[in-house]
Design a protein around this ligand. Structure first.
Ligand SMILES: [Zn+2]
Length: 222
């Protein structure tokens, strides 16, 4: 144990779920690496009093729709270091990532989303634009016309599938679905999306369906 650390976080409530640690203690950091964690009274060139504050690994938010600089800053103050938009996602993964590169104060990631993909393919104007920003993908544009309600033709399903596959090839970390918002999507259309996700070993984040012309009879259909 070195005599003095670059930085010591003092008297914080240390929580490390992975190692099942919860104690009030001190953390010693050297060269940006945690070298000490425990009850010993260690000293640092710089010391921060963390009384009544929690010291823990950064939180990962899997369902983060606020994908803009203001929301990122607020999330950091809540302890979130990774903000992931996995439900709604985006139809243009490349643009989503490139518009954030070098500008975000958190780790970020996105799914390729069946909702925005279907909205684009079905030429739906979209509604409920929450706000505008320079960052593409921040806007939650829910379908309000054919993107929501019209059953897709064979050709449209093919185009939806191609766009989702393209998103996975371009770095989407998952497949997002909000089938509650696309009641016109048939069970077959939805199954096809799951099949593409399976092909790429991608997880699916689904806002379940509870209404519409294809109301579910059980949890699997929903
Ligand atoms: Zn959501």
């Amino acid at each position: 144990m070195p005599a003095k650390y670059d930085l010591v976080l003092k008297r914080g409530i240390i929580i490390d779920p992975e190692r099942e640690i919860e104690l009030v203690g001190n953390v010693g950091v050297n060269n940006g690496v945690i070298e000490y964690l425990g009850n010993n009274d260690v000293t640092g060139f710089k010391e921060l009093d963390c009384t009544d504050l929690i010291i823990s690994p950064g939180f990962i938010d899997l369902h983060s729709h606020g994908q803009d600089p203001e929301n990122y800053a607020i999330q950091v103050s809540d302890g979130v270091t990774s903000a992931l938009e996995l439900e709604y996602g985006t139809d243009d993964v490349e643009a989503w990532y490139s518009s954030r590169k070098g500008k975000a104060c958190v780790n970020y990631g996105v799914s390729v989303g069946h909702i925005p993909v279907r909205t684009t393919i079905m030429d739906d104007p979209g509604g409920e634009i929450t706000r505008t920003s320079e960052l593409k993908g921040e806007i939650i544009r829910l379908p309000i016309a054919d993107g929501a309600n019209k059953p897709a033709s064979k050709l449209e399903i093919k185009r939806i599938n191609e766009m989702i596959e393209n998103g996975l090839k371009n770095g989407a970390v998952a497949v997002g679905m909000g089938i509650a918002y696309t009641p016109g999507a048939s069970w077959w259309e939805i199954l096809e999306v799951f099949k593409i996700a399976a092909k790429y070993d991608a997880v699916c984040h689904v806002h379940m369906r509870g209404w519409g012309p294809n109301t579910p009879n059980d949890a699997v259909e929903g």
